[in-house]
Design a protein around this ligand. Structure first.
Ligand code: BG6
Length: 486
């Protein structure tokens, strides 16, 4: 179904995110017939570009980041014809009158401002938008991460934005929420009888959430070194996955109902601070090594520096202090230059309460539910069955597997496709509310403070491994193992 007519203004329109994610996502939605004829995409950046030069940038981005099978010359040109360009400076007044002029013809359209720039510019951009009278009743603003470096700076950004936009107009993007498996987690939990009665400390032993990447920091070292794995991945993506896994059933799928429940999870997280950070957290940095058979450099070499105190890996043993989850550890882990790109939520159920089979049947394995976000999205439920054949009762764990690509014969749309259309539709369910962001920082800030205060050891790990041995020890201390080792 087509969305309403819209103008999408992308600040950072000639930047990396626009090229890699935003333009390809919009192109795919156009290809699917979802964009109305009048929809326009206006790229904005400080550096002047002619409309033709921007069109070339768009063509190049699509050429590079759209799968060959989806590249249709006619569709590409139709999409390019929707794109416009305007040079404007967030910190000055240059270009804004022109932008206002361009937008005037779409006064009654949905108007979305996408801030795909450094968060330092969110406040000045909001002010200019107000100053030039660009906020209409149908206006929304999309904020890309990182939303600040800590609670204080996130608050400052949120207040500056709130001075111009109502919270109902603010879309804080966490692209993990647009991933198909993440939405499926909610369908699985709340559209099936099967799982919810077991979804608690009585039946679940522990949960593992891993977001592993094989890539290094590439040419993003400048940004990454000010951020680290904790701010870049854990504070947002992983904590959102944690919230959706652990939240109480909301009373509806309305944005605030879902966000209220996520917020409660964040608030119930047991604090980690200088007293327990050494036991509950591991931070580490990659050394040189080999990924997929190829030699790769270490983090410091990638960065071109001799010293950095930034972690490229973090593992945390988290606990949620509420009735449902008391005593159930949530092991969280993310890192760059790990063995392979894989992201999953693994829910490990407790053992059966009594085993009726004798030892010749073999071990009765515990059930596991694996929600795979990457590389191939899908859900696996591991169950124990009898090994087929006349050999008597021998037990074996098998996967009941559902790969989305196989089951539905289509590959999933990129997360940004779904989220950008939600922005136009005005649906905030898959976006973070300001209080959620605050609550996430409230848990993360004391961990950073503890690392500094205790001068907690920065472990290292060879690129291409699953991280430092300290992360293995973190979970093995509890008599458990990481999923890939089990
Ligand atoms: C981004 C991080 O938010 O997510 C990157 O800034 C990371 O460092 C990326 O590589 C991972 O996203 P995905 O969708 O490829 O898992």
């Amino acid at each position: 179904i087509q969305v309403s007519p819209f103008d999408l203004v992308v600040f950072g329109g000639a930047g990396d995110l626009a090229a890699r994610k935003l333009l390809p996502a919009l192109y795919h939605r156009d290809l699917a017939g979802q964009l109305p004829d009048v929809a326009r995409i206006i790229g904005v950046s400080r550096r002047p570009l002619s409309r033709e030069a921007y069109a070339d940038f768009v063509r190049k981005a699509l050429d590079e980041f759209v799968k060959p099978a989806d590249k249709k010359p006619e569709a590409v040109e139709r999409f390019v014809a929707r794109t416009w360009f305007c040079a404007a400076d967030a910190e000055g007044e240059g270009g804004w009158a022109e932008l206002a002029g361009m937008l005037a013809s779409g006064a009654d359209h949905v108007r979305a401002f996408y801030f795909a720039v450094s968060p330092d510019l969110f406040a000045p951009l909001s002010q200019r938008i107000k100053q030039f009278g660009l906020v209409t009743p149908q206006t929304r603003v999309v904020l890309e991460k990182p939303l600040g470096k800590n609670g204080e700076s996130a608050n400052a950004v949120n207040s500056a934005v709130a001075a111009v936009f109502d919270e109902s107009q603010v879309f804080r993007i966490d692209h993990y929420l647009g991933k198909e498996t993440v939405q499926n987690l909610m369908a699985l939990r709340f559209a099936n009888r099967l799982f919810e009665p077991l979804w608690n400390a009585t039946h679940i032993d522990h949960v593992q959430i891993t977001v592993a990447e094989d890539i290094g920091v590439g040419d993003r070292g400048g940004y990454y070194d000010t951020s680290g794995a904790m701010r870049d991945m854990l504070q947002n993506h992983i904590m959102q996955l944690l919230c959706l896994t652990a939240m109480e059933p909301p009373d509806s799928f309305q944005a605030d109902a879902v966000r209220d429940e996520k917020l409660k999870v964040l608030k119930a997280l047991k604090p980690i601070d200088e007293r327990n950070a050494e036991q509950m957290t591991v931070r580490a940095q990659y050394r040189g090594g080999s990924v997929g058979g190829q030699a790769v450099k270490g983090y410091l070499e990638d960065l071109g520096r001799e010293i950095s105190t930034t972690e490229t890996f973090v593992a945390i043993r988290a606990e949620i202090a509420n009735w449902r989850w008391a005593g159930v550890p949530f092991y969280l882990r993310t890192g760059k230059r790990l063995t392979r790109r894989t992201s999953e939520i693994v829910v490990n159920f407790r053992p059966i309460s009594h085993n009726i089979f004798d030892s010749s049947a073999g071990r009765v394995s515990q059930n596991r539910l694996i929600l795979r976000l990457q590389p191939d999205e899908g859900v696996t439920l591991e169950v124990t069955i009898k090994d087929p054949g006349p050999g008597g009762m021998r037990l074996r764990r098998i996967p009941l597997d559902m790969s989305f690509a196989e089951t539905f014969g289509v590959s999933n749309p990129d997360a940004y496709e779904r989220l950008l259309m939600d922005v136009i539709r005005g649906n905030q369910t898959l976006f973070m509310r300001a209080d959620e962001v605050n609550a996430a920082w409230k848990w993360v800030d004391p961990i950073h403070a503890a690392w500094a205060h205790n001068d907690q050891r920065m472990h290292t790990y060879a690129a291409g491994t699953w991280g430092p041995s300290a992360a293995v020890a973190l979970i093995e201390r509890d008599g458990r193992t990481w999923f890939e080792d089990a």
